[in-house]
Design a protein around this ligand. Structure first.
Ligand code: G3P
Ligand code: MG
Length: 340
């Protein structure tokens, strides 16, 4: 990092490159900043090199999450340089009258969805609070303060998994009940034959990550693990395959959305949106690297940098990363040198 001071003087014209940083395993382990994270972001801010935070994480509103990230990293951050897993779900708000939102801590994701404009938001805690026997193994009263009492007859128009479920058992139970129901009506059931013929309420996942990295010494199962569990239960219950839509890295929709946000952020800061190259710095080959390498239809060239501080381990498939670095500071130094 000391080399940074001599490497790049503050550029006259905005540099033609920018960064997209994954969060978990790159800047943070859980809520613990990784070494060099703050210094790296401070350096980029000082040298007016734009960057975006692009995470498959979520669970809070963009404003709340950015406030939390600024505090943890001790770096000023804006919601205009931030994309999290469920951010693109906003565009569905007007077309889904009632949504079952799954995942996250307590009822935080209910408030996130309402903030996006979803008019009627139900969470699994509402079903269990209203009918405790619906989830026989949940702790009695566990949903007392977060569940709302349902009137009965509510029909769910779509299921959206916003963040990693905390209680897979009860969330799986409620989601499977809605998928097997008549037109999404809570408390009803169709035959397997009808389900296979008619299909089910649409279900959206915001993050495909099978693994992610926190403070623990080994990667942890993520929302992709929950989806795999649901797919297994669905196969056992119906004999059919679950039809679901998943966004988040590595999906092109997420990278296209992220590039739009980054270009808008650059225009807002410098009046010039011309970014020729985006360096995607991530720890997960399956999401960060595959996504960046596969996003060839954007305005900028995306260059992938894989770090050794998260999910990836030397010797495993690196998904063809353009560069592999020990940490975020080294990755940025490599990119800056490359751009000289
Ligand atoms: O739930 C968070 C996890 O899936 C990883 O997030 O920041 O590494 O994309 P991130
Ligand atoms: Mg990560």
């Amino acid at each position: 990092l000391r080399r940074f001071k001599t490497t790049v003087n503050t550029p006259k014209a905005p540099p033609a490159f920018a960064f997209a940083f994954d969060i978990d395993g790159v800047l943070l382990h859980g809520s613990t900043p990784l070494p060099g994270a703050k210094k790296t972001l401070d350096y980029l801010n000082h040298n007016k090199i734009e960057y975006l935070l692009l995470t498959n994480g979520g669970g809070l509103s963009e404003a709340h999450r950015v406030q939390e990230l600024s505090r943890l990293l001790d770096v000023p951050l804006s919601t205009q340089q931030f994309v999290q897993s469920h951010t693109p779900f906003q565009r569905h708000a007007s077309s889904i009258p009632r949504v079952l939102v799954v995942g996250g801590k307590k009822d935080n994701c209910r408030h996130v969805a309402s903030g996006y404009g979803f008019k009627d938001v139900i969470i699994p805690a509402d079903v269990i609070h209203t009918h405790p026997a619906a989830s026989p193994f949940s702790e009695a009263g566990a949903y007392e303060n977060i569940g709302r009492t349902l009137k009965g007859g509510e029909k769910v128009d779509a299921i959206m998994v916003y963040n990693d479920p905390r209680d897979w058992g009860s969330d799986l139970q409620v989601v499977v009940d809605v998928l097997l129901s008549k037109d999404g009506e809570i408390g009803t059931r169709r035959s397997t034959k009808e389900v296979l013929e008619q299909g089910h309420v649409p279900i959206y996942f915001s993050n495909p990550d099978l693994w992610w990295a926190n403070e623990y010494s080994l990667p942890r199962l993520g929302q992709g693990g929950f989806r795999a569990a649901l797919e297994g239960v669905w196969r056992a219950v119906t004999g059919g395959e679950l039809k679901a839509e998943t966004i988040g890295k590595p999906h092109t929709e997420t990278y296209r959305y992220a590039e739009e946000v980054l270009m808008r952020w650059r225009k807002e800061r410098t009046g010039d949106a011309e970014i020729k190259r985006v360096y995607m710095v991530g720890d997960n080959p399956a999401s960060d690297i595959r996504g960046a390498n596969g996003f060839t239809q954007g305005k900028a060239e995306w260059v992938s940098c894989l770090l050794r501080t998260g999910v990836f381990r030397d010797g495993e498939d690196d998904a063809g990363a353009h560069h592999i670095a020990d940490n975020v500071a080294n990755a940025v130094m490599w990119a800056v040198e490359r751009e000289k």
